[in-house]
Design a protein around this ligand. Structure first.
Ligand code: FES
Length: 157
């Protein structure tokens, strides 16, 4: 499958090129753009971005696999990312991840059969003061409890 940016995304990519000092610096925002445009960062998207930036696909892949916010495989309509780093962990993240897994019927890394939810465990989401925290698509949910998780997931079902 070949991937190519829409006209809107290509215009945004061209704007990125003017905003950053060098092509390496454009890798991160380009990957965000690709994820938004294609749903996840496929091998094809990596080769495509590498071609646009004139850098090696391996360089792009190294960045894409280093950061957990880039999805290297398709995710569900809602990507539920529960933080398991230290602050969240001290406040029960492990138990909450198990709770979400039980509610969704998938293990971390899995996607529900209807394609609606993917569950991931991630490292610090940068909101340690409001731990435990999860991110679903672009939204943060903080000070989580089993009850608040149930209410959030119920709304999205
Ligand atoms: S440890 Fe969970 S947000 Fe920082």
């Amino acid at each position: 499958m070949s991937v190519i940016f829409s006209d809107t995304a290509k215009a945004e990519f061209d704007r990125l090129l003017t905003r950053y000092p060098d092509k390496e610096a454009v890798i991160l925002p380009s990957l965000h753009l690709a994820q938004r445009e294609f749903g996840f960062v496929s091998d094809e998207a990596i080769v495509y971005i590498a071609g646009l930036l004139g850098v090696s696909p391996a360089q792009i892949e190294g960045v894409a696999t280093f950061y957990t916010m880039y999805n290297r495989k398709p995710v569900g309509k809602y990507h539920v990312q529960v933080c398991r780093n230290i602050a969240c962990s001290l406040l029960g993240a492990e138990h909450l991840i198990e709770h979400v897994a039980g509610r969704l019927g998938v293990l971390p890394g899995g996607t529900t059969r209807d394609g609606k939810f993917t569950l991931s465990q991630v490292e610090c989401l940068g909101s340690c003061g409001t731990a435990p925290v999860m991110q679903i698509n672009d939204d943060y949910y903080e000070n989580l409890t089993e009850a608040s998780i149930d209410a959030i997931l119920e709304k999205l079902r």
